[in-house]
Design a protein around this ligand. Structure first.
Ligand code: G6P
Ligand code: MG
Length: 220
């Protein structure tokens, strides 16, 4: 059986995508750049600076910002985001995830968080889930964001576990690609249109069953 489960945060454990969207939307409005929720799908799993670049790419006439100005814009967005996530509490844990984490813990199989978010530890604390985790990847130390496998390999390396013994759970296309490229077993949460490359796919978090994933891993 696997030795490590690596969880994505946004869209798997809690749904902060809407908060990210509202914060980016506020910044984009200030810059006069049109973005909508449909475009936001492309930002899922993408780190802060890469997200900013994609948003700037939506400008109707190209705007040229220096690296320093871009850092300022990303920091402004994060300020908006931090205000929005103040309200997060354990009620924001996605359906089924509490039981799933509990089953993972009971099995003795290790648990890591592989999120691109620099706010991940703060959010886990607000959800009161920190105690479940053997390791939390520090997004600030990751040089290549998803779809690069680095976020996932960093967790396995830190716990000294071979990649082929790991399961990665993801809701984003870029995240599933990262898990696959790490040589790990990928579990997708979402629809087939975005996540057909997952080794095993469920429609939503409520459909995640711990034993079923262990079986799928063995059959792979
Ligand atoms: C997650 C979200 C992205 C977000 C990224 C960075 O991957 O899905 O939408 O941009 O984390 O989050 P941060 O909190 O560091 O800005
Ligand atoms: Mg996600």
């Amino acid at each position: 059986s696997p030795k490590l489960f690596i969880y994505d945060l946004d869209g798997v454990i809690t749904d902060t995508a809407e908060f990210h969207y509202l914060a980016w939307k506020k910044l984009a409005d200030e810059l006069g750049i049109p973005i909508d929720r449909h475009f936001n799908e492309q930002l899922k799993g993408i780190n802060r600076m890469d997200s900013l670049d994609r948003i700037l790419g939506q400008a109707t006439s190209p705007i040229d910002f220096s690296e320093q100005e871009k850092i300022g814009l990303a920091t402004r967005k994060n300020g908006y985001y931090l205000e929005l996530i103040e309200a997060i509490n354990p009620n924001y844990i996605l359906p089924g995830i509490g039981d799933f984490l509990e089953a993972n813990k009971q099995s003795g199989i290790k648990i890591a968080l592989g999120s691109a978010s620099k706010n991940a530890a703060r959010i886990l604390d607000k959800l009161e889930l920190t105690g479940y985790f053997d390791y939390i990847v520090n997004a600030a130390e990751i040089t290549k964001g998803k779809p690069d496998p680095e976020t996932f390999t960093a967790a396995a390396d830190a716990l000294n576990i071979p990649y082929s013994d790991c399961v990665g759970i993801e809701d984003a296309a870029a995240g599933v690609e990262a898990v696959n490229r790490a040589g790990m077993f990928s579990v997708g949460v979402g629809d087939d249109a975005h996540l057909s490359h997952a080794d095993y796919l469920v429609g939503n978090t409520q459909e995640l069953e711990f034993q079923k994933i262990l079986d799928e891993f063995e059959n792979n």
